[in-house]
Design a protein. Structure first.
Ligand code: FAD
Length: 358
């Protein structure tokens, strides 16, 4: 039984051309807050995890959609920003040494005769695990890519869909495409830091906070930001992953060429549950049906927690997902250690070696 989006031929090529096959107790699909906390719960029961996420950073919705927003319903934190919550979760699970596989989507899995699974990612990584926890939220996040020829060959070095390391943009000619908060906020942030900042937008109006538009307009008047509107991205020029310039196209089909070392297209993120829907797992309105006593799906060894999991009375909240992570880990223990009964213990009894390996 093979569950993979593409056909069996592609799977067989992937499967037999394995250069790197990892082995672990649990593969966690999704590095959102709930996937991350499941590493803690698994770790407390001496189970190792590999965590895969389509994004090239951890944090799921918290980091991708609302990092600066305060969350008020995390127990014991009257208020904590979404990114701080993720930073604290990362710190909390560090002693359990999770292995991250970021920037790759899990596209399929292959059940083995010994009851384990081989999980396959879009970068051909294969991970053998005794159990799978699907903590996929609303699906794999991916940037909305502008439809430009050859765009993949510039991604990473010259085209970035999010800014994780601002220093890489110092003294570069930056082109920012888009008309929302991210485009305007980064144009303001990079003006004076980059060599030049050009904002390309297909309209003259921006969809962002009015104060941000006012600040950007002031910087445009001062000559610190160039505005090209109404224009759209048309063609990329460069070689070996490095951009040199971009052609823009106006409504009257007029082409304008501008210098560009780094393009930041900010056209939002798309979410795609995609391949998971094809895995023959029981579904309830595009969510995975689980038993809330175990968090197991209809397939033995495959569990689901967090926003993507569904059962009667489900509340889509981070705190609910944390509890689901604990329930799933306690049930997976019997798969990983079939001959060792689980004796329930509090974390205060077990302890966590914060600075050393467990
Ligand atoms: P997500 O955070 O969605 O993470 C899932 C991850 O799985 C993603 O990173 C995705 O890329 C990855 N993924 C999916 N499919 C694959 C695949 N096939 N391969 C690899 N990776 C994959 N909740 C609260 O409790 N309190 C609040 O105040 C609150 N405020 C919110 C405000 C906003 C603006 C939003 C958008 C949400 C808010 N939420 C709040 C909801 C909360 O963020 C979610 O409940 C939480 O993020 C769910 O966590 P998760 O780990 O289940 O999924």
């Amino acid at each position: 039984m093979t569950f993979i989006r593409n056909n069996a031929f592609i799977l067989s090529i992937l499967y037999w051309d394995i250069s790197l096959k990892h082995k672990t107790d649990i593969v966690v699909i999704g590095a959102g807050p709930i996937g991350l906390f499941s590493v803690f719960e698994a770790g407390m029961l001496k189970m190792k995890c590999h965590v895969v996420d389509a994004l090239n950073f951890i944090g799921g919705q918290c980091s991708a959609l609302y990092p600066e927003k305060p969350i008020y319903d995390i127990p014991a934190y009257p208020s904590i920003s979404a990114q701080d919550l993720i930073d604290k979760l990362e710190e909390q699970i560090k002693p359990f040494e999770p292995t991250y596989h970021l920037g790759q989507q899990v596209i399929g899995f292959h059940p083995q005769t010994d009851g384990t699974f081989d999980i396959i990612t879009s970068k051909d990584t294969i991970i053998n695990a005794k159990a799978i926890i699907i903590a996929a939220g609303c699906g794999a996040f991916g940037p909305n890519r502008p439809p430009l020829d050859n765009i993949e060959s510039f991604e990473g070095e010259s085209i970035m869909y999010s800014v994780r390391n601002k220093s890489l943009l110092k003294d570069k000619n930056i082109v920012i495409a888009g008309g929302g908060d991210s485009a305007v906020d980064w144009a303001i942030e990079l003006s004076g830091f980059a060599k030049s900042v050009t904002v390309v937008h297909r309209r003259n109006k921006f969809r962002c906070a009015p104060e941000s538009t006012n600040r950007m307009e002031k910087l445009i008047d001062e000559g610190k930001i160039n505005l090209e509107a109404p224009y759209q991205l048309h063609k990329l020029h460069g070689a070996e992953g490095k951009l040199h310039s971009i052609d823009l196209i106006g409504f009257d089909e007029e082409i304008k060429n501008i210098q560009c070392d780094v393009l930041l297209p900010f056209f939002g993120l798309s979410m795609d549950l995609g391949p998971i829907l094809d895995w023959q797992l029981a579904l309830e309105k595009k969510h995975l049906s689980v038993s809330n006593e175990t968090m197991e799906t209809n397939v033995k060894g495959i569990y689901s927690i967090g926003d993507v999991a569904s059962y009667p009375g489900k509340l889509k909240l981070i705190l609910t997902g944390f509890s689901e992570a604990a329930i799933a880990a306690h049930n997976i223990y019997n798969l990983v250690y079939p001959n060792q009964p689980l004796h329930f213990e509090y974390s205060t009894t077990k302890g966590v070696k914060i600075d050393e390996k467990l």
